[in-house]
Ligand binder design. Structure first.
Ligand code: NAD
Ligand code: TYD
Length: 332
């Protein structure tokens, strides 16, 4: 298969590209990525010279460029590109509306025009909002609470509309919170690991009792791969690792692994509109035959170890050095 992957220089996209190239010796990938602050080509250093991989720097909102790439008739488009950080969406929602909604629409238009066979939208459990008891299923109503999740929900609805109205062959995956190597250190787990490695405190929002449903990034990748090959057009599939933890649980696990005590916890002001609990049922994908493979505790140890062994990767980001490098290489 020839795949057009957008946002492949980010956390999940780069893990997915590596997963596909390793698993399928015949597959080729074009990665279209704007290289925002979150896109980092060093996430793909080990495969940048692979003859089955090509990189294009560009924006999914750029209709001409998107049309050009889609006119080459990739077998599938997988849209990972997005603005993804809830806290940033509270500060600057317009970037989220532009990339997450309008960018997705630009891709859908191209998929319609060139009759792409498979269009997979990479979405999130956050579109369902917060749930105090029970778990979200694919038919649960969309009740997003942040500008990030509202933008992702807008994109999901546009994907649905293009399938229903224009018969664009779409699928949507909605995963829970991912963790693993190459995650930008503004998100909970990599921020806390790297702060502690720098002997800094970790900022827990509010009371820290919010619950997230965690999935190791390679399980999400295998889930998306499974949907690509076995999913039914028009369907939505939740992907989760079946591991719910409070933010304080996660914090204490990281503190213990790094030999720190609870004096490193700093309780800070809560995030506005903070979702209390996410919980996702993935029975639909399970019934189709997919299983998560990674044990949460082992995956956490692997993840902490990865950040310990790769200080160069995150120190460049945290110091701002790599942004300066990209500005020099590519302009703003
Ligand atoms: P990320 O922020 O690490 O990476 C996003 C990538 O998209 C970056 O490489 C960035 O340069 C690129 N990008 C941003 N705007 C672009 C544009 N206009 N055109 C082209 N490229 C652009 O994000 P991630 O954590 O890897 O998330 C990937 C996808 O998975 C997103 O759609 C996100 O909503 C979804 N998701 C993430 C999680 C999670 O826990 N990280 C959970 C569920 C769903
Ligand atoms: P985050 O990694 O930003 O993912 P999301 O908001 O998409 O779930 O945050 C995960 C949880 O951790 C969320 O409840 C907010 C909380 N959090 C903190 O308590 N402190 C922090 O510094 C960050 C970044 C997140």
């Amino acid at each position: 298969m020839n795949l057009l992957i957008t946002g492949g220089a980010g956390f999940i996209g780069s893990n997915f590209i590596r997963h596909i190239l390793n698993k399928y010796p015949g597959y080729k990938i074009i990665n279209l990525d704007k290289l925002t602050y979150a896109g980092n080509l060093s996430n793909l250093r080990d495969i940048e010279n692979n003859p089955r991989y090509g990189f294009v720097r560009g924006d999914i909102c750029d209709r001409k460029l998107v049309n050009f790439l889609v006119s080459k008739r990739p077998d599938a488009i997988l849209n990972f590109a997005a603005e993804t950080h809830v806290d940033r969406s509270i500060l600057a929602p317009q970037d989220f509306i532009k990339t997450d909604i309008l960018g997705t629409h630009t891709l859908l238009e191209a998929a319609k025009k060139y009759r792409t066979d498979i269009f997979i939208q990479i979405s999130t459990d956050e579109v369902y909002g917060s749930i105090l008891n029970g778990s979200f299923v694919e038919e649960s109503p969309l009740r997003p609470n942040s500008p990030y999740s509202a933008s992702k929900a807008g994109a999901d609805l546009m994907v649905r509309a293009y399938q229903k109205t224009f018969a664009v062959p779409t699928l949507i995956t909605r995963s829970s919170n991912n963790f693993g190597p190459f995650q930008y250190p503004e998100k909970l787990i990599p921020l806390f690991i790297t702060n502690l490695l720098e002997d800094k405190k970790v900022p827990v929002y509010g009371d820290g009792e919010q619950v997230r449903d965690w999935v190791y990034v390679l399980d999400n990748c295998s889930g998306i791969d499974y949907v690509l090959h076995n999913g039914q057009i028009g369907e939505i599939y939740n992907i989760s690792g079946n591991t719910e933890k409070t933010n304080l649980d996660i914090t204490k696990i990281i503190l213990t692994h790094l030999g720190k005590n609870e004096s490193y916890i700093e309780y800070v002001k809560d995030r506005p509109g903070h979702d209390r609990r996410y919980s996702l049922s993935f029975d639909k994908l399970y019934n189709l035959g997919w299983r998560p493979r990674y044990d949460f505790s082992e995956a956490m140890v692997k993840t902490i170890q990865w950040y310990k062994e790769n200080p160069d990767w995150w120190q460049k980001i945290k110091s701002g050095e790599y942004l300066e490098y990209y500005r020099e290489q590519y302009g703003k």
